[in-house]
Design a protein around this ligand. Structure first.
Ligand SMILES: *Cc1c(COP(=O)(O)O)cnc(C)c1O
Length: 363
């Protein structure tokens, strides 16, 4: 068996043909920036998320940076960030010269709301909740606390597209929602892409300018922006992938259910909570075990690829060094293991992964 963690060569042939045809027609059209594909993508995304507008951009990290700039976060300001996340969440705060207040996570890896509420300071201007692994932070609770304390909420929804809470889509709860369509996400481009949801019409207009050099009309640059436009080609590919999204989510759900059924009852293994619920997009299927560092090479030797999200918490990385204690996030980083979960697997492979893991624990 050879079961890679995620192999994008496995995109089904019929989808590959559609992508090739799309590339060919784009090449003939000569439109590589803006245009109909970008418009269509933004329209379809807004529909799907059930929100008035969606703004496509270059990637998820730029989306986060733009969100902070729109909310005028800068030197002297503090921004709360979970101790366990992909580095972008912390990186953008530093880029803008603001200070990070790290917050420990709960056992699922989400920002701990009790601990967040204890960090209040006058300088705390914003919080960036991350829907890690696709599981949503309790946004109702977080937003109501943030409103009362005049703290802005920037959702890092890079991993949460397709997740909902009380029927409301991830990325539409905060003041700004940030999306990534990096190739490995549930909705992934064939390169870099991202997007933003902004509720405030004024901020939305500013964001449109900001991603295009602060330009309001040709050669008029009212604000300092950057080049954070999406490629038309990527928007076109994403339009094709969007048509397959629901079916691929269905497959993910099926495979996750197999893992949950087959892996239950092992004493040294904790399964992810609530991931069987409809509201979870199953971006990653993460188990936790103190045996992680033995299990990973064992699976590799049997031909099974896994990944660790993430082996190091951010406050332990040099540019973000912080002496605080983040015991829960730290323990996840030491015990978490992501199993293969993507629409390009087949059922036999998922069963084989499960059986191999059972064999590891039973021997
Ligand atoms: C992928 C990811 C990002 C960054 O998105 P890019 O499009 O790669 O810039 C940010 N935050 C989290 C949690 C991510 O998983």
């Amino acid at each position: 068996m050879n079961i890679p963690f995620l192999d994008l060569q496995r995109i089904p042939v019929d989808v590959k043909i559609k992508l090739e045809n799309k590339f060919s027609s784009m090449l003939h059209s000569g439109v590589f920036s803006g245009g109909k594909e970008v418009e269509n993508f933004e329209k379809k995304m807004a529909q799907r998320l059930d929100c008035p507008d969606f703004l496509a951009c270059s990637n998820g990290t730029d989306a986060l940076e733009i969100a902070l700039r729109l909310l005028q976060i800068g030197p002297g300001d503090k921004v709360a960030v979970p101790a366990l996340t992909w580095v972008s969440t912390a990186e953008v705060v530093k880029i803008l010269g603001a200070d990070i207040v790290f917050v420990d996570t709960d056992p699922d890896g989400l920002i701990d709301l009790e601990k967040l509420q204890k960090t209040t300071s006058d300088q705390l201007k914003a919080v960036i909740p991350v829907h890690l692994y696709g599981k949503m932070v309790d946004m109702e609770k977080l937003c109501s606390w943030a409103n009362k304390n005049s703290v802005k909420v920037i959702e890092d929804n890079a991993q949460g597209f397709g997740s909902t809470l009380y029927g409301k889509a991830a990325g539409t709860w905060g003041n700004v929602g940030c999306f990534s369509f990096y190739p490995t996400k549930n909705l992934g481009a064939l390169g870099e892409a991202g997007g933003l949801v902004l509720k405030d019409q004024n901020l939305l207009e500013q964001a449109k300018r900001m991603i295009n050099h602060g330009q309001s009309s040709r050669d008029v640059h009212d604000i300092i922006g950057k080049n954070a436009r999406i490629d038309s080609l990527q928007a076109a590919f994403l339009n094709i992938f969007l048509d397959h999204f629901d079916h691929w989510q269905y497959l993910r759900k099926n495979y996750a259910q197999i893992y949950l059924d087959k892996l239950s009852g092992l004493s040294d293994l904790a399964l992810p909570s609530n991931c069987h619920e409809r509201s979870h997009n199953l971006h990653l299927f993460t188990i936790q075990t103190p045996e992680r560092d033995k299990l990973k090479p064992f699976l590799k030797q049997k031909g099974i690829g896994t990944a660790v999200h993430y082996p190091k918490i951010i406050p332990e990385m040099d540019p973000y060094k912080d002496d605080g204690d983040y015991p829960v996030a730290k323990s996840i980083s030491q015990q978490t293991l992501s199993l293969p979960l993507n629409p390009f697997l087949d059922e036999k492979e998922v069963v084989f992964v499960s059986d191999t893991i059972r064999r590891f624990f039973n021997s």
